[in-house]
Design a protein around this ligand. Structure first.
Ligand code: IPM
Ligand code: MN
Length: 353
C-alpha cells in the first residue's frame, strides 16, 4: 500500500528515538513492498523556539494530509517551573489531539518476561498482567471551561453523551477482540460526569452480551492494579483518570521504555511512546528506542498489516533475548548498547528475516 507518514520528533530524546522508528518503518516498507512517503514537521518546545507555537498550522497541515503520524515526545524543563509561561510544549500535544479529533487513546500494558524483575511488584503478581487502557482523550477537565485568578481557579469536567458513547464503543470493540472483560472506571459515588458515564455504560452493556462489563471507582482501580493487575482485560475511563492510571500501569510492567500507544478517532491517527522527552538524556544515545519502535508495530496493526507488525515485534523480542539493550534494562555484566545500536540491530534483523 501507499503510506504517507508524518514524523514529529519533538524535544529531548524525541529526535534520537524518532530516527530509529523511521528506520524500522523504512525497513519494513522495503521488505513488504509498500510505497513510503515521509514528511517531517516541528512540534513542542522546538516549535515554540522556531515559530512561537507548539503545534503550528503548518504541522497540522502535514498531519492532516498524512495516513499516520509517528510522534516521539515533547517537553522542556525550561517551561516546567514557570507557572507564568504563556505557551508550553504540552499544549502542542493537546492541540494535536483536539484538532485531529483523536478521542481514543489506546495504551496496552504488557509485560516482557525478561524484564519482570524490573517491576516494583513481585514477579508472581505482575507476570500475568496483560491489559489495555482506553483513555478518553479530547474531553473532560483537560478541555472543559477553565478559570484562574489570584484567589480562585477551576477546571470543568464536562462530557456529552456523544463523547461517552463513542469511546465506550471503542472499548467494547477491543473487549470483543480480547478476553471479553470490560472495566468501566469512574468516580460515580461523587462526580456527576461519572454518573453519566456509568448510566450510558449500563445502557450499552446489553448490546454486548458476550462482554462481561463491570464498574470500578478510580481509587479502587488504582489499588487493584497494584494488587492484582491480571484482573484487568480492557479498562475504559475519562481523560484525567486515564492519564493517571496509565502512568501507574506503565511502571508496574517494569518496562516504561517499552510501552507504546495509539491515539485514534476522527482524523489521522498518532502513534507514540508513552514515555516523555527525558531532557537529561538528550543527545547521549542512551534512551531506549523500543517504545518508539513498538509504536511502529501499532501503526502497522492499525492498517491491518499484521505480518509487518508481527515482524517488528519479533525483532524487538529478539533484541531483548540477545541482550542488545540500552543500559536501564541491561542484565548485570551485559554490554551497553546505545539508542542507535539497538535500532540498527533491529533493522538488520528485519532485513535478514
Ligand atoms: C500523556 C501526557 C500528557 C497528558 C501531557 C504531556 C499533556 O502526560 O500523554 O499522558 O497529560 O495527556
Ligand atoms: Mn500522562
Amino acid at each position: 500500500m501507499n503510506l504517507r507518514i508524518a514524523v514529529l520528533a519533538g524535544d529531548g530524546i524525541g529526535p534520537e528515538i524518532s530516527v530509529q522508528g523511521v528506520k524500522v518503518v523504512q525497513a519494513i516498507c522495503e521488505k513488504f513492498g509498500h510505497e513510503l512517503q515521509l514528511e517531517y514537521a516541528i512540534c513542542g518546545a522546538d516549535a515554540i523556539d522556531q515559530v512561537g507555537d507548539p503545534f503550528p498550522e503548518s504541522t497540522f497541515q502535514v498531519c492532516q494530509k498524512a495516513d499516520a503520524v509517528l510522534f516521539s515526545a515533547v517537553g522542556d524543563p525550561k517551561y516546567d517551573n514557570d507557572p507564568q509561561a504563556k505557551v508550553r510544549p504540552e499544549q502542542g500535544l493537546l492541540a494535536m489531539r483536539k484538532k485531529l479529533g483523536l478521542f481514543a487513546n489506546i495504551r496496552p500494558v504488557e509485560t516482557f518476561k525478561c524484564l519482570i524483575h524490573k517491576s516494583p511488584l513481585r514477579a508472581e503478581i505482575v507476570e500475568k498482567a496483560d491489559f489495555i487502557c482506553i483513555r478518553e482523550l479530547t474531553g473532560g477537565m483537560y478541555f472543559g471551561e477553565k478559570y484562574q485568578d489570584n484567589d480562585k481557579a477551576y477546571d470543568t469536567n464536562f462530557y456529552t453523551r456523544h463523547e461517552i458513547e463513542r469511546i465506550l464503543k471503542v472499548a467494547y470493540d477491543y473487549a470483543l477482540k480480547r478476553r471479553k472483560h470490560l472495566t468501566v472506571v469512574d468516580k460515580a459515588n461523587v462526580l456527576a460526569s461519572s454518573r453519566l458515564w456509568r448510566q450510558i455504560a449500563q445502557e450499552m452493556a446489553p448490546l454486548y452480551p458476550d462482554v462481561n462489563t463491570d464498574f470500578m471507582y478510580v481509587d479502587n482501580a488504582a489499588m487493584r492494579m497494584i494488587q492484582e493487575p491480571s484482573f484487568f482485560d480492557v479498562i475504559v475511563t475519562e481523560n484525567t483518570f486515564g492519564d493517571i492510571l496509565t502512568d501507574e500501569g506503565s511502571v508496574i510492567s517494569g518496562s516504561m521504555g517499552l510501552l507504546a500507544s495509539a491515539s485514534t478517532g476522527e482524523g489521522t491517527p498518532v502513534f507514540e511512546p508513552i514515555h516523555g522527552s527525558w531532557p537529561q538524556a538528550k543527545g547521549k544515545n542512551i534512551a531506549n528506542p523500543l517504545a518508539q519502535i513498538l509504536s511502529v508495530a501499532m501503526l502497522f496493526e492499525y492498517f491491518d498489516l499484521q505480518e509487518e507488525a508481527a515482524l517488528v515485534r519479533r525483532a524487538v523480542n529478539a533484541s531483548l533475548d540477545a541482550c542488545v539493550r540500552t543500559p536501564e534494562i541491561q542484565v548485570e555484566g551485559g554490554a551497553h548498547y546505545g539508542t542507535r545500536e539497538v535500532g540498527e540491530w533491529i533493522v538488520d534483523y528485519i532485513k535478514q528475516a
